[in-house]
Write a protein that binds this ligand. Structure first.
Ligand code: G1P
Length: 292
């Protein structure tokens, strides 16, 4: 069975972008020429997803409006210059985007559970738009291919420094292949001494539909929220889950500093932005040269 559907949770409060996020959803903050959310959509499309379910909160009407306006906004826009081809794969995509609401910010696990009806009885992907992964092949695409082999739940992971394990979901790994681990346990935001490894969950998942059954039973955990990690932990008692250590660099674009780093990293792939950056750097080093 192939992965056709993806859930993108977008109901978070965006506290790291306050007060902007009092009036505008964080997902609409631009990263170069398009909103953060659009970068996650691009990865889903590049991974052959044809139904995307956005989980939003009632305050995020602007997010829905963005996708309503997008086709109109594309009319007449030049796509000849690849640096200006803003909409990327979206313009020729034949898929659909639908919306479900998460009324209360009860956590990531709860957000995913809201998509149960839209997903139905098939395995599906989850992308967290705060995690931008720059790699040669889209990480989700590689995971969709791995799913064909392992036919089980999959989680993207990366090594983090031990001081940072408390910011993430952490897996208890058993190596099975060069970049693949069997997941023997998971813990959300552990204290360093209790972390089973330094392999942190990054926001790309492939989940069997059974995850919904376990999310229904998941009690509030870290931060008093219903955590996807805890739902996966319950599922592990009956189902195998594997982890994929992806190639590439992850940027946390849910905060201003991470967004700045990601802008530079993305600019490095786009000549039109590099021209601006290079001329800034020339000016900057000339000034520094003068002052030293
Ligand atoms: C969420 C997940 C966590 C994961 C992280 C990756 O945490 O709960 O397991 O490691 O995303 O970005 P959050 O960033 O919402 O605290």
């Amino acid at each position: 069975m192939t992965i056709r559907k993806a859930v993108i949770p977008c109901a978070g409060l965006g506290t790291r972008f306050l007060p902007f996020t009092k009036v505008m959803p964080k997902e609409l903050v631009p990263l170069l020429d398009k909103p953060l959310i659009h970068h996650a959509i691009d990865e889903a499309i590049a991974s052959d997803i044809d139904e995307i379910v956005l989980v939003t909160s009632p305050e995020k009407e602007a997010l829905r409006r963005y996708f309503e306006e997008l086709p109109k906004g594309l009319e007449g826009r030049s796509t000849d210059n690849p640096d200006l081809a803003f909409a990327g794969e979206y313009s020729s995509w034949g898929g659909t985007i639908s919306f479900v609401e998460q009324r209360e910010p009860n956590g990531l696990g709860h957000a995913v559970l809201m998509a149960e009806e839209a997903i139905g009885l098939e395995p599906f992907a989850v992308l967290l738009p705060d995690d931008l992964i720059l790699s040669t092949s889209p990480t989700l695409k590689v995971m969709v291919e791995l799913f064909e082999v392992y036919k089980s739940g999959l989680i993207a992971v990366e090594k983090v420094s031990w001081e940072k394990v408390g910011n993430y979901g952490i897996i208890d790994p058993e190596p099975v292949d060069e970049k693949v681990y069997r997941v023997n346990g998971v813990v959300e935001k552990p204290v360093e001494a209790q972390a089973p490894s330094d392999l942190a969950i990054v926001g790309r998942y492939i989940m069997p539909p059974e995850i919904f059954r376990f999310l229904e039973k998941t009690r509030p955990g870290a931060r008093g929220e219903i955590q996807l990690t805890d739902g996966i932990g319950l599922m592990l008692e009956q189902f195998s889950v594997f982890a994929y250590r992806f190639d590439g660099i992850r940027h946390d674009i849910g905060n201003p500093i991470g967004l700045f780093g990601a802008s530079l990293a993305l600019a490095d792939r786009r000549q039109i932005y590099m021209d601006v950056l290079n001329s800034f750097l020339d000016e900057f080093s000339a000034k520094r040269g003068m002052s030293s």
